[in-house]
Design a protein around this ligand. Structure first.
Ligand code: HEM
Length: 390
């Protein structure tokens, strides 16, 4: 049937929502016609992501070509050194500080702009505001450049897809972003605590010597990883709040709120698929994967594995989330998870305080399934709880 992916047309699968659903059931590792190994079950995905012979580095990866050496595309000592450079900006202590000092202003500004309006453009016009504000500030980038960074960065998510969309435009955007980052790095206004400044100070002390261009690439990758994932997820979060799965009032309780965020993360992980490469012949859940094969591990599939989550498609906040891996596992597991969850919980808290209800008023049930996944084609109304006090 035209337009419907089938197991006979595997090349189409990865561009569709929940592509793993179209693969034969009863199997966790599938060899597709194009030689790619698709890994879908929860245990198999975790095994693939933690396997020492299944690596991230590959010279032909579009992201590696576009960004140069970077944390996402490195393995072993180089990878650990990149992580060490980024770690201070994402520690629990720093996240607590951001929660006190940086996040409230950004969250309040967004919530204030939403209260009392209906929009059909939440993802493009609103969802990026908090993530870009946070990541610009952490890096030490002038927040007034946020819109410029946003326009240039969003199309780059396609470089992380499989199949990749790599165009002259994405390369031009990378060049312009690297130029802007260099401009910011050279500016005397960059604060002592900023990540750009920290990388600059420590780059020769963490077991890696970064050239100037590698410093810029590291900053850019951090930027992309921290913004577009969160913008997509905030869209899913608001969508789920608007679907009235349960009353907003219940989300005033911190435990309920955190369970809600975790369940949305399980059902709508923005990073749906992670591509890796087997450097040796390996076995995943007993299935042989020959060396040099590309391996696509489905986070979305792992998070809806019925052997781990009873009624996996049901929204059930408070269920056991052991096995839910929206931030991946293994050496590349997201270092920004705590920051992200803190940001999301605060946003839900403030929306509940400010809005009497959040309602999806139009829903085409669309899903953007590429990096980074989120619902599309919906309108949402944020009903005002009170007129803003003067
Ligand atoms: C909903 C929010 C987020 C989700 C679901 C998410 C998910 C992920 C996942 C699945 C990976 C692993 C990718 C791979 O192995 O190829 C990753 C890596 C990464 N994330 Fe996040 N992320 C989020 C937010 C953030 C934030 C807020 C930051 C920082 C401000 C961040 C920084 C990074 C970095 C630097 C990496 C690369 C780690 C490495 O390769 O070792 N992420 N993220």
């Amino acid at each position: 049937m035209p337009g419907v992916a089938t197991a006979e047309h595997p090349a189409d699968l990865l561009a569709r929502p929940y592509w793993y659903r179209h693969l034969p059931s009863g199997q966790d590792v599938h060899r597709l016609d194009n030689g790619l190994y698709a890994v879908t079950g929860n245990a198999a995905v975790q095994e693939a992501l933690a396997h020492p012979e299944i690596v991230a580095e590959h010279p032909l990866k579009a992201s590696a070509r576009a960004f140069g050496p970077n944390v996402l595309d490195a393995d072993g000592p180089n990878h650990r050194a990149f992580r060490a450079l980024l770690a201070p900006a994402l520690s629990a202590g720093r996240v607590a500080e951001y929660k006190r000092t940086l996040m409230p202003g950004l969250v309040d500004a967004l919530v204030e702009s939403l209260a009392g309006i209906e929009t059909d453009d939440f993802y493009d016009s609103f969802a990026h505001k908090i993530p870009y504000g946070i990541v610009c500030t952490i890096l030490g980038i002038d927040p007034s450049l946020e819109d410029r960074f946003h326009k240039l960065t969003r199309p780059l998510a396609r470089l992380l897809d499989y199949p990749t969309e790599e165009t002259e435009q994405t390369h031009a955007n990378v060049t312009e972003l690297l130029r802007l980052i260099e401009e910011q790095r050279a500016a005397t206004t960059v604060g002592e605590q900023s990540l750009l400044e920290t990388i600059e100070r420590t780059r020769d002390r963490k077991g890696i010597s970064l050239t100037d261009s590698e410093v810029r690439s590291t900053a850019l990758l951090f930027f992309l990883a921290g913004t577009e994932t969160s913008s997509a997820f905030i869209t899913s979060l608001v969508y789920c709040m608007g679907r009235g799965i349960f009353g907003l009032g219940e989300l005033a309780d911190e435990d309920v709120r955190d369970a809600f965020v975790e369940e949305v993360l399980r059902l709508y992980p923005p990073v749906q698929t992670i591509v890796r490469f087997a450097v040796e012949d390996v076995e995943i859940q007993g299935v042989r994967v020959p060396r040099h094969s590309a391996v696509a591990a489905s986070i979305a599939g792992a998070n809806r594995d019925p052997r781990v989550f009873e009624h996996p498609d049901r929204f059930q906040p408070g269920r056991s989330l052991k096995g839910s891996i929206p931030f991946a596992v293994g050496s590349h597991a997201c270092p920004g998870a705590l920051l992200a969850k803190t940001e999301f919980s605060l946003l839900v808290e403030k929306l509940v305080e400010r809005c009497s209800d959040i309602v999806i008023t139009r829903d085409r049930l669309g899903v953007e399934s590429q990096s980074f996944a989120h619902p599309t084609g919906f309108s949402v109304e944020f009903k005002n709880k009170q007129e803003k006090r003067m």
